[in-house]
Design a protein around this ligand. Structure first.
Ligand SMILES: [Cu+2]
Length: 307
């Protein structure tokens, strides 16, 4: 698994870079002013001079200086802040719907109609403008991928739009940044920025439904899935069309499970199916306990093959 970068101080796109720059300028300006204040305080304590108590110093240092400096920093920050007003149409448009406690990810086509759905993982092409349309299915959530952009809330009934771009390839971790109840802290996601050709290949593969494979193991895995999981999960290409949980059509291609809390491999998946309440207490998937060990292994192996 590649490095998971989740730091606003390590920006990988222009929006995050602007925020990091403002942060450093404000920190540096604050540090200089703090140093000056310390020097004046030290002088007052150890080498008192008459001018330290003069009205002039108090007016200049206590009123004029803060008004001028704070106004200048405010104007600077407003000018340097990333612009969210759309400058022309984005290259990729993705609707992100916050659910307690996972992220539904709907790619839209050029006409704005739904193209395909996935969850907890967003792929974007490096160097292209991406527009995220943030919605919520239940309560307030907040979308925050620090390496790429600032936070923006997902509000029921509202359509908040966030523009971002990645200027280099990488996998960036994000986190829900607005307390949304229960396992809010375990509501993460990954943004995978990759070169445009790889992104296109990924998108083409994600659009595809799953076709049945004529292999007895696969057939059994599929049957177990349809019997136990299809009421809550969609698997495009089958009769499973549940909407209560994440779309699992290409689950095997994803980095993580449980909204970013565990690496995606067979062992973790079997653990998730039978014991997810211990991994992510309070999440809305019931533990499925009526599968024996063999069935659990067959089902997990098969889900892992859904690339
Ligand atoms: Cu949250």
């Amino acid at each position: 698994m590649s490095v998971w970068l989740q730091s606003a101080l390590a920006p990988r796109g222009p929006e995050a870079a602007a925020i990091a720059e403002i942060t450093w300028v404000l920190v540096a300006a604050g540090a200089v002013i703090f140093a000056i204040v310390l020097v004046i305080a030290a002088l007052a304590l150890f080498r008192p001079h008459a001018w330290l108590g003069s009205t002039r110093l108090i007016v200049a240092g206590g009123i004029v200086f803060p008004v001028v400096v704070l106004s200048a920093l405010l104007v600077y920050a407003l000018l340097a802040a990333p612009r969210q007003a759309a400058a022309g149409p984005a290259d990729v448009v993705v609707e992100v719907v916050g659910h307690q406690w996972w992220w539904e990810v709907n790619y839209l086509d050029d006409s704005g109609a739904p193209d395909f759905t996935t969850a907890n993982e967003i792929h974007i092409p490096v160097g292209r403008e991406v527009e995220l349309r943030l919605h919520s299915a239940d309560v307030l959530h907040s979308f925050w991928v620090p390496a790429l952009a600032g936070k923006l809330d997902l509000i029921p009934g509202k359509d908040n739009r966030l523009r971002l771009a990645a200027d280099q390839a990488g996998t960036f971790r994000g986190q829900c940044a607005e307390y949304c109840g229960g396992p809010h802290a375990q509501m993460a996601l990954f943004v995978v920025a990759e070169d445009p050709a790889r992104f296109d290949a990924w998108r083409t593969a994600q659009r595809e439904p799953q076709r049945g494979i004529a292999d007895p193991q696969a057939t059994e895995g599929r049957q177990l899935f349809l019997a136990h999981c299809g009421s809550c999960h969609t698997l495009r290409g089958t009769v499973a069309e549940g909407k209560l949980g994440p779309d699992l059509t290409h689950f095997g291609s994803r980095i993580a499970l449980g909204a970013g809390i565990r690496p995606n491999h067979t062992g973790a998946l079997a653990g998730w199916i039978a014991g997810n309440q211990r991994m992510k207490p309070g999440n809305l998937m019931p533990e499925i306990r009526d599968l024996d060990g063999d069935e659990l292994r067959t089902l997990s192996d098969w889900l892992g093959t859904l690339k």
